[in-house]
Design a protein around this ligand. Structure first.
Ligand code: AR6
Length: 167
């Protein structure tokens, strides 16, 4: 099942929260900053021990003070105009996060709109890639996973509300 909601991803109870991280896993602004603030300093300690994560890949930590069991950290691609593999890399971020959640027996997962903030990925394109990848996972791998797209800004929420019914 997939659905989109408007709100702050740090407030929603799920098994796994996905973080739009950077490749150093050392915290940052945007949703990354909000997740680290809500989780507490132990999250950064665990992230720094991992030592880094490549763009499109996904890493796993505990969620500490967040209302979740785990955080899945995935650095989405920085938008460079679309000719540097950004589409595939963004799809990889969603796919690898979903696979990692499944491997760890998670039944529900929430995603922010990865790469559409500081990393500048066009929002409509990013939403299509996100939904398409999730639908593929639900069809091919596990149709019982509860997937929540958490939109924080009005434009992303509007885009998801409009696009979701077409998938
Ligand atoms: N809950 C849900 N979504 C949020 C929240 C929140 N609390 N806060 C912001 N967003 P961004 P990126 C949305 O910039 O583009 C960090 O510094 C926001 O409206 O957080 O992948 C990392 O360390 C936007 O739609 O992530 C990286 O360096 C979406 O989250 C870099 O930013 C993603 O925006 C990653 O950039």
């Amino acid at each position: 099942m997939k659905r989109s909601v408007k709100g702050d991803i740090t407030k929603i109870r799920v098994d796994a929260i996905v973080n739009a991280a950077n490749t150093n896993l050392n915290g940052g602004g945007g949703v990354d900053g909000a997740i680290h603030r809500a989780a507490g300093p132990q999250l950064l300690e665990e992230c720094l021990k991992i030592g880094g994560c490549r763009t499109g890949e996904a890493c796993f930590t505990k969620a500490y003070n967040l209302p979740a069991n785990y955080v899945i950290h995935t650095p989405g691609p920085i938008w460079h105009g679309g000719k540097k593999g950004e589409t595939q890399l963004l799809a990889n971020s969603y796919w690898n996060s979903l696979m990692l959640a499944k491997e760890n027996n998670c039944k529900s997962i929430s995603f922010p709109n990865i790469s559409t903030g500081i990393y500048g990925f066009p929002k409509i394109d990013a939403a299509n890639i996100a939904i398409e990848t999730v639908v593929k996972f639900l069809k091919e791998i596990d149709d019982s996973m509860d997937v929540i797209f958490v939109c924080f800004d009005n434009l992303n929420y509007k885009i998801y509300q409009e696009i979701c019914p077409y998938y």
